[in-house]
Write a protein that binds this ligand. Structure first.
Ligand SMILES: [Fe+2]
Length: 273
């Protein structure tokens, strides 16, 4: 069983949404940061990949150690090998959907995009992907710009691109229209935000890792206001921080920040009625 591989470490969260029938199990991973070389890679591409591999060898360990998260020899594998393991785990666990909350690629490069697209195409289950701040708004075969949804019985998962600590006007309008439909929403995005409800915990992180009400970006403020005050939005899944946190960003509404998938972090997310 791949789930017994010492590479993985698991957290589990359950969100209760009244009216939902049964138990819905999802696999949430974030920040796999893959770097890939293939037959089309130039020497410059290969040098960049090798540079980034060395960089992450240092920093993923640093993030994990500082957060007190598991980090030993099993977690030092290449990020692309980590993605392979995560995808194999998803095949074994068969969640209702695989949810990837950004920085899937370490940076935009054709070999990485092609590899990621192939892994997604080969995956037998449903999935939803949002881009991270290391990525472009769209990547052919991997994710597309705009708001995307997966519907389940009694709730839906909605992916919103906030990788630049803002949301486009168009995406905000699309999210608001979904909220107006009244179907309970679990939102996925890349960058978490801080509100007065979770300020104490979030302020332990450096400000690079989140945005808050002090932002001058009007759309970001509107996005946070919608997430806090609209009854349709029940919780948030995100990443970006490279360590695991769960905070209540509004009363009864969790913001689940998945840790680094490249170092074995897996968030099992359950929705129950
Ligand atoms: Fe990241």
């Amino acid at each position: 069983m791949i789930k017994d591989d010492p590479f993985f470490w698991f957290k589990e969260n359950t969100l209760r949404i009244p009216g939902v029938k049964g138990e819905h199990v999802f696999m949430h991973i974030s920040d796999t940061h893959i770097e890939v070389i293939d037959e089309t890679s130039t020497q410059e591409d290969i040098d960049k990949v090798n540079y980034q591999i060395e960089l992450w060898r240092k920093y993923k360990g640093k993030f994990a150690t500082e957060a007190g998260e598991p980090y030993g020899e099993p977690q030092t594998i290449l990020n692309v090998e980590a993605l392979d393991k995560q995808m194999a785990l998803a095949e074994e666990m068969k969640p209702e959907a695989l949810l990837l909350t950004g920085d899937n690629l370490d940076y935009m490069h054709p070999a990485g995009a092609k590899y990621f697209a192939k892994k997604l195409a080969e995956y037998s289950g449903k999935y939803l992907v949002v881009p991270g701040n290391h990525e472009d708004p769209s990547c052919e075969g991997c994710w597309e710009a705009g708001v995307h949804t997966l519907d389940f019985e009694g709730f839906r998962i909605v992916a919103v691109d906030d990788r630049n600590k803002t949301v486009t006007r168009e995406d905000l309008d699309a999210l608001r229209a979904l909220c107006d439909e009244g179907v309970p929403i679990v939102l996925m995005c890349h960058v978490p935000f801080s509100t007065p409800y979770c300020k104490e915990e979030m302020s332990k992180l450096i400000s690079y890792f989140y945005f808050d009400e002090t932002t001058e970006d009007e759309n970001a403020r509107e996005f946070m206001d919608l997430c806090v005050n609209n009854d349709a939005i029940k919780g948030i899944l995100c990443g970006h921080v490279h360590s695991y946190h769960v905070v209540e960003y509004a009363p009864g509404k969790p913001q689940i920040i998945g840790s680094q998938g490249m170092a074995g972090a897996v968030d099992i997310f359950k929705v129950v009625g």
